[in-house]
Write a protein that binds this ligand. Structure first.
Ligand SMILES: [Zn+2]
Length: 122
C-alpha cells in the first residue's frame, strides 16, 4: 500500500476569505485598507478596497481583504435602509402615542370649556 499523496501540496485556505459587510476598515492581519483602481481586463477602472499589506507586496490569491468599492457601498446603503426603516417605525410610533395623548388633553380642555360656557350661559 504505497499511496503517496502528492496532490495535497498546498493548504487550500484561499476560499476562507472573510466576507466583510460594508466598507472594510482594517484587514484581519491588522493592516489598514487602501482604495485602489483595477487594471484588469475584466474590471477596468473599477475601484476596490484592499489590504494595504497585501497590496504593497502585490499578493495574488491570498486571503487578505479585498472588496469592490461599489459592492461595499451597496452594503452600506442596504444597512442604512434597514436602520432608516427601524427609525421611521419608531418615530411614527412616538408620534402616534404623543398625538393620542394630545388628543386626550385637548378633549378634556374642550369638555371643561364647554362646561364653563354652559354654566355661564345658563
Ligand atoms: Zn491583510
Amino acid at each position: 500500500m504505497s499511496n503517496s499523496s502528492g496532490a495535497s501540496s498546498g493548504t487550500s485556505n484561499v476560499q476562507q476569505r472573510r466576507r466583510v459587510v460594508g466598507v472594510p476598515k482594517t484587514c484581519w492581519c491588522g493592516a489598514s485598507i487602501v482604495a485602489l483602481i483595477s487594471k484588469s481586463a475584466a474590471n477596468p477602472y473599477r475601484s476596490y478596497y484592499r489590504c494595504g499589506y497585501a497590496a504593497s507586496l502585490k499578493l495574488i490569491d491570498d486571503n487578505h481583504n479585498f472588496k469592490w468599492v461599489d459592492e461595499a457601498l451597496l452594503d452600506e446603503i442596504e444597512r442604512l435602509a434597514v436602520r432608516m426603516a427601524v427609525l421611521e417605525q419608531t418615530v411614527s410610533q412616538i408620534t402616534t402615542e404623543s398625538m393620542d395623548h394630545q388628543k386626550i388633553v385637548f378633549e378634556r380642555m374642550q369638555m371643561k370649556l364647554e362646561k364653563e360656557i354652559f354654566e355661564r350661559v345658563v
